[in-house]
Ligand binder design. Structure first.
Ligand code: MN
Length: 326
């Protein structure tokens, strides 16, 4: 029995609908994984199936993906039939993480590549933190079960692997490379070219321009502050700054109404992104992720009124960095 067989067998007992749910503000890897999982489950006869996500899709390439691949995703607020009798299969996400809304559904399964959050009582879990993308895990489900991958889905999964591994350079595992290789010949590369040409909007460009002016460098560390609500740009802006010669660690953050959202990048083995973000948010927020990329959040209520946020973040990051060098 394959993993997919096991999952399908469990889902056959679903009392009502089965919702596939990626993390909030879905990125290309989350969208591709949801689409792949939707196809697999539909193909295996699971009916009453939908993809639901919370919040907004912000990035231009993610929005373009929805159109190009006709991804049947709906926002949680529009999922009128969603209720406690329904089941959810989480993809590219785990229950209890700061990046996913706990909807009324019963989360019966998780397929993910983020840091393991511990036993959350799923009936099925396939969580592989060593893999660079969730798309690679979903692609393996197709091949393991000899299910032909339609061109659109192959292309979406290829793009998901591409984006989450920063063009096969970040946190790449053998599985990412093998799946990339197998999907490549089935994919439509013109579509990838088009997606790459839809990375950012004109409005994003303005936010980037403003954010890059805030960059402060301290040795291998760089700080970047973004304005505005579109916090999905955080990681992308961080990726650009980490490519600056001499910079190996980036702390990008945005002050929102409800708190501070952080995104960390590191190409430095001794100062890992997940350890750094946990150090910054220690005792006042949540943080986690991979060695190379991580994220965190500090709620407004935890922010000390007499401590300037920028200074607080810089102080914590620098003290962590110095301790790694010490
Ligand atoms: Mn992912």
């Amino acid at each position: 029995m394959t993993k997919l067989d096991t999952l399908v067998e469990i889902l056959r007992d679903a009392p009502d609908e089965v919702f596939i749910q990626p993390h909030n503000v879905p990125d290309p890897d989350a969208i591709a994984s949801s689409l792949g999982m939707y196809y697999l489950l539909a193909q295996r006869g699971i009916q009453k199936l939908a993809i639901v996500y919370d919040q907004e899709i912000e990035k231009a390439n993610s929005l373009r993906m929805l159109e190009m691949f006709k991804v049947p995703m709906i926002q949680a607020k529009d999922a009128l039939t969603l209720g406690t009798e329904d089941w959810a299969v989480l993809v590219d996400a785990q229950k209890g993480n700061a990046n996913i809304t706990d909807l009324p559904t019963d989360e019966v399964a998780s397929i993910d590549h983020h840091e393991y959050k511990g036993n959350q009582g799923y009936r099925f879990e396939d969580i592989r933190p060593g893999v660079g993308s969730c798309s690679a895990i979903i692609a393996e489900y197709f091949f393991e079960n000899n299910i032909a991958v339609p061109q659109g889905i192959a292309t979406a999964l290829l793009y998901g692997i591409f984006m989450d591994t920063d063009n096969l350079t970040r946190g790449v595992s053998d599985l990412d490379v093998n799946m990339f290789y197998r999907l490549y010949s089935m994919s439509n590369i013109d579509m990838i070219v088009e997606l790459k040409g839809n990375d950012i909007t004109v409005n994003d460009l303005e936010l980037y321009a403003e954010a890059f002016k805030t960059v402060e460098i301290y040795d291998e560390l760089a700080f970047l502050k973004l304005r505005g609500v579109n916090d999905s740009l955080l990681g992308a802006a961080g990726d650009i700054v980490v490519s600056v010669s001499g910079v190996n660690i980036v702390i990008a953050y945005v002050q929102r109404e409800d708190g501070i959202k952080l995104s960390v990048r590191s190409t430095c083995a001794k100062a890992k992104a997940n350890d750094l973000v946990r150090h910054i948010t220690g005792g006042c927020g949540v943080g986690g992720g991979h060695d190379n990329m991580a994220g965190g959040f500090i709620p407004l209520s935890e922010l000390h009124p007499n401590r300037v946020t920028d200074t607080f973040i810089k102080h914590r990051a620098i003290s962590f960095y110095e301790s790694c060098n010490g």
